[in-house]
Design a protein around this ligand. Structure first.
Ligand SMILES: [Zn+2]
Length: 567
């Protein structure tokens, strides 16, 4: 069933999403998130409550001046306090005075909460809802009513839960949003309740859904609600939210658009989904989940040789949608089990035009087998693989050359341990020497290397190490064992993995670090992929852009989009 009203996507990343543990973003980061979410075609952006602290006030002040396209901003607050009047409720006054055109008010719906938490009688709660909505309407706001704990309320006393919704609808709410605050609902319950509410309200106002993921059903519940007549869907980018998170808009949007035929965003906007998801993750300082549906790095990764051959003939065989529709791309995972065809396909997908494909694939396969024999592993190390390929093609791989590094680890009497690394590298004949301290040897090495090359490659500031893991390969040798280090890095746009192997964990880490940074820099510098007539490792490379403040400006971002399209 298609909803009679146009579907409204409502983003609450900046309010409910911020409840996720460890989340802390600055005012400017919040603004950048709002801009990107609006650019995705989301129609309502909830900014939070403007009056609780100076940071929120500043955010709303800046947000007012920010162009957000077609998106509108909602302020969020609660129904009036008990025993007060709506007109003299301080908090409702803040909502009324805010410039945002939409006010979302949350109120109690579950009589257990009405009596135990709010400690008012059922009728007073209905008056609190009606008077709050009515007051904000008179102040010229469009009002959305969030019915807290709706599904628990509906299971306990459906008539009272409906009475709360009616109180909001009759007072002029544009939508009542059914909130699964505890995240416990299952799709069957949501389907039944939404259908009942839609028919009981008889079109007097719209019905929305706000799902949490405690039962693992937030996305399913949101889609089921729409299928049964809801016209507003609240969610967050990447499903951020407290406990198990909120409904993930990154899954909801493509499902609505591509699978349910609901035109909630344009095709061009949908293609920004993966970038938006990674951008928000980056600003929130959360490592992107590689297994996230639609937008994850592995969402369209193929491993088995048969899968890969089938996808090559017809992607529909193993891909549920064309990855490009959501701005993602397919990946081919490599291992020593891979055949020549797999490697040839991976090379083509990376955009390297190769004339002697078979021969190259054979050479690469041989190299990979040799490397895997001594412990390397390329499935999660796409950057190291691409560097291996570049070397095989005679393309530039080395941007800087190591003379030496030295690490001192000092354990002091007071129990503190410090690490200091000195790195000497050469870039185009110039020698650079830097020393840095870190909380561990690898951290110190990473810092010293970045300092040593930053004058020549200021882009190194845009590359961030997001994950570092060490695995012991031959466990029976104890502390003498060979170690494999995997590093994931990101430039706020894409993530990549690199690998290093050695009996010394610092040496293994150095290899992975160098691959990770070299690969990131080569991407940023736009090193082209066509082999230069078989010439080995050309000496010249494009000059780095002048130093920036480390943030991405529009031109840089546009440039990276171009780069991405060649992949
Ligand atoms: Zn919530």
């Amino acid at each position: 069933m298609t909803p009679a009203r146009p579907l409204i996507l409502y983003d609450t990343t900046l309010r409910d999403g911020m409840q996720r543990e460890g989340m802390s973003v600055s005012v400017d980061e919040k603004l950048r998130i709002a801009v990107r979410v609006a650019d995705l075609g989301v129609k309502v952006i909830e900014g939070g409550f403007p009056g609780s602290n100076p940071k929120d006030e500043e955010f709303f002040r800046k947000l007012q001046r920010q162009a957000l396209g077609d998106a509108e901003v909602a302020v969020f607050g609660m129904t009036r306090g008990r025993g007060a009047t709506a007109d003299n409720d301080r908090q409702l006054r803040v909502l009324a005075d805010c410039w945002a055109p939409i006010a979302t008010v949350v109120g109690k719906t579950w009589d257990l909460h009405v009596q135990k938490v709010l400690r008012v009688d059922r009728d007073e709660n209905l008056r609190m809802i009606a008077e709050s909505v009515g007051f904000l309407r008179r102040q010229g706001k469009r009002v959305f009513y969030d019915a807290e704990h709706f599904f628990d309320a509906y299971a306990a006393h459906p008539e009272y839960a409906l009475a709360c919704l009616r109180a909001a609808a009759e007072a002029g709410a544009e939508s009542v949003c059914l909130c699964d605050t505890n995240g416990a609902a299952l799709p069957m319950m949501v389907a039944e309740a939404v259908e009942h509410v839609v028919s009981a309200l008889g079109g007097a106002c719209g019905v929305g859904i706000h799902a949490h993921n405690d039962a693992g059903c937030a996305v399913a519940n949101s889609l089921v609600a729409v299928a049964h007549g809801a016209h507003l869907v609240q969610g967050t980018i990447n499903g951020y939210g407290e406990r198990c998170g909120n409904a993930d808009l990154c899954s909801i949007i493509p499902a609505l658009k591509l699978k349910m035929g609901i035109d909630c965003v344009s095709g061009a906007d949908l293609a920004k989904l993966t970038d938006t998801a990674h951008f928000v993750a980056e600003l929130c300082n959360v490592a992107p989940d590689p297994h996230q549906p639609y937008v994850g790095h592995n969402a369209f990764a193929h491993k088995g040789g048969m899968h890969i051959a089938a996808v090559e003939r017809d992607p529909a065989t193993f891909e549920h949608i064309a990855p490009a529709l959501v701005g993602n791309s397919p990946r081919v995972l490599l291992s020593e089990l891979s055949g020549r065809a797999t490697i040839a396909q991976r090379v083509r997908r990376l955009g390297y035009p190769v004339s002697e494909e078979k021969e190259l694939a054979d050479r690469l396969l041989k190299r990979i087998k040799e490397k895997e024999h001594i412990g390397y592993h390329y499935e999660a190390a796409d950057a190291s693989f691409e560097l291996l390929l570049r070397a095989e093609l005679g393309l530039k791989v080395e941007l800087f050359h190591l003379e030496t590094f030295r690490i001192i680890v000092e354990k002091r009497e007071d129990g503190e341990t410090t690490s200091e690394a000195t790195v000497k590298v050469h870039v185009d004949g110039e020698r650079y020497l830097e020393t840095a301290e870190g909380n561990g040897p690898v951290n110190a090495l990473d810092k010293a290397l970045r300092m040593a090359i930053e004058r020549r490659f200021p882009e190194v500031h845009d590359i961030r190490l997001i994950n570092y893991s060490v695995r012991i390969l031959d466990e029976d040798r104890g502390t003498a064992a060979t170690t494999r280090v995997l590093i994931d890095s990101s430039d706020g746009h894409d993530t990549w993995g690199s690998v290093g192997v050695g009996e010394n964990v610092v040496e293994a880490s150095w290899q992975a670090l160098v691959d990770s940074i070299s690969y990131g820099l080569l991407r940023r510098l736009g090193e082209e992929r066509v082999p230069a007539g078989g010439e080995p490792d050309r000496e010249q490379h494009s000059e780095p852009e002048p130093a920036s403040d480390g943030s991405m400006d529009d031109d840089q971002e546009a440039g990276r989009d171009d780069y991405r399209e060649t992949r």
